[in-house]
Design a protein around this ligand. Structure first.
Ligand code: NDP
Length: 388
């Protein structure tokens, strides 16, 4: 494999760190072009030096001079703010790892799409908020879009071009999160510290809370709808607490193809970087005899109503997925700082959707600018609901 240039948008996060861990182990295969973060100047500067990045960008403009000082004398180009993030994403590279958290990743990720090379997509919120618009840019620029989410990577690995016409169903697995066995009463009292402790995966704060409410699985349904050639009725969820099977594709002849592996994001990240080849990772090989048994159960939408809400958003389409996504980002932040209880997260999202759709209707956004406007209005609305 010839050496590839790589930009990591969201380098200081959980996916960013795992990506850079793989780059360090495969330094003959990957070279870093640009790295970005939002506020973590020290870590960004350290990574930029360590990986000889050509450019480092900090999202918060007020931190520009701190980053400039931290990288002085290195020759590494420094920028800040939304424009800086887009500039970093627009530098020609072979692969962009898109792992900024939330809708904030939309503009830079689209800038990377416009390069027409490979985008490894972890930032599922891009597809939730702007699915059709995002995918039409992918086809316009003939971009190679590789899923990083473990479920979508599993589905990608279980599909080949000839079998795409014969899919009966796609089944997304879900661990069920830290509260899988909690009663409704117990769920009312869970704390941010409990919700941040995922039983199988180590992840950033927002996705950890999304996994606990199971909104994450709802967002993944919408993500799968745009990534794969299926309709909403062909998307199912099954709870699989061990997180060994990462998802399955069921075909019309009765075959079901699954992808298995230890719950370590370095496997799907490695695949998104190296496809169609594979590279070594330090991920532990599966010992099936030791695992002994795998179990499955149906999701419970009464205890985890976020799944139902996301399914409704997927079916309704229009601006609802973008509104739900923004409302959820705000609700998660509010839960983490003690302003909402755990069970209020989906209830709050529902209230925001209802209120804002009365104001702006439910028409589909026609441009990325309109998606960002919807995102912005939703955040303002949430503030007026007096929880921020
Ligand atoms: P983290 O919170 O760990 O990292 C997020 C990264 O994005 C950090 O580099 C952060 O910078 C940067 N960032 C956050 N907000 C902004 C902003 N407003 N502008 C610019 N940069 C920003 O998240 P994860 O790595 O866990 O997740 C990243 C994405 O990948 C999410 O969309 C998530 O859903 C998806 N994903 C994550 C998985 C995981 O295992 N973690 C699995 C599958 C998908 P700073 O550090 O400076 O704040």
């Amino acid at each position: 494999m010839s050496q590839k240039y790589l930009t990591v948008l969201g380098a200081t996060g959980s996916i960013g760190s795992n990506t850079l861990d793989l780059v360090a182990r495969n330094s003959d295969k990957y070279e870093i072009e640009a790295l970005t973060a939002n506020q973590n100047v020290d870590e960004l500067a350290e990574l930029a030096r360590k990986f000889n990045a050509k450019m480092a960008v900090i999202g918060l403009e007020s931190l520009y001079s701190d980053l400039k000082a931290a990288l002085s004398g290195t020759g590494i180009e420094v920028a800040a703010g939304n424009q800086g993030l887009v500039e970093a994403a627009s530098r020609p590279v072979d692969i962009t790892m898109a792992c900024i958290m939330g809708a904030a990743g939309l503009r830079p990720t689209l800038a990377a799409v416009k390069l027409g090379n490979r985008v490894a997509l972890a930032n599922k919120e891009c597809l939730v908020a702007a699915g059709s618009l995002f995918m039409s840019e992918v086809s316009k620029y003939d971009t190679e879009l590789l899923p990083v989410d473990s479920e979508h990577s599993a589905i990608f690995q279980a599909l080949d071009d000839s079998s795409k016409r014969n899919i009966e169903k796609i089944i997304l697995t879900a661990s069920g999160g830290p509260f899988r066995t909690f009663s409704l009463e117990e769920l009312k009292h869970v704390t941010p510290a409990q919700a941040l402790k995922h039983p199988n995966w180590s992840m950033g704060r927002k996705i950890s809370i999304d996994s606990a409410t199971m909104m994450n699985k709802g967002l993944e349904l919408i993500e799968a709808l745009y990534l794969f050639p299926v309709g909403p009725e062909q998307l199912d969820i099954v709870i699989h607490p061990q997180s060994i099977i990462h998802s399955l594709v069921s075909y019309i002849d009765g075959s079901v193809i699954a992808q298995l592996g230890a719950p370590d994001m370095r496997t799907p990240i490695a695949y998104s970087l190296s496809w169609p080849e594979r590279i070594n990772t330090p991920v532990e090989q599966l010992d099936l005899a030791k695992i002994a048994s795998l179990s499955f159960e149906a999701p419970d939408e009464t205890r985890f109503p976020a799944i139902k809400l996301a399914r409704q958003a997927m079916l309704q389409g229009g601006n609802m997925p973008a509104i739900m996504n923004a409302a959820n980002e705000i609700a998660v932040e509010s839960f983490l700082c003690g302003k909402l209880s755990f069970m209020e997260i989906p209830a709050f999202c529902e209230r925001v959707i209802e209120t804002i759709q009365v104001q702006i209707g439910d028409k589909s956004p026609l441009s990325v600018e309109e998606v960002l406007e919807i995102d912005h209005s939703t955040r303002i609305m949430a503030q007026s609901l007096n929880i921020m």
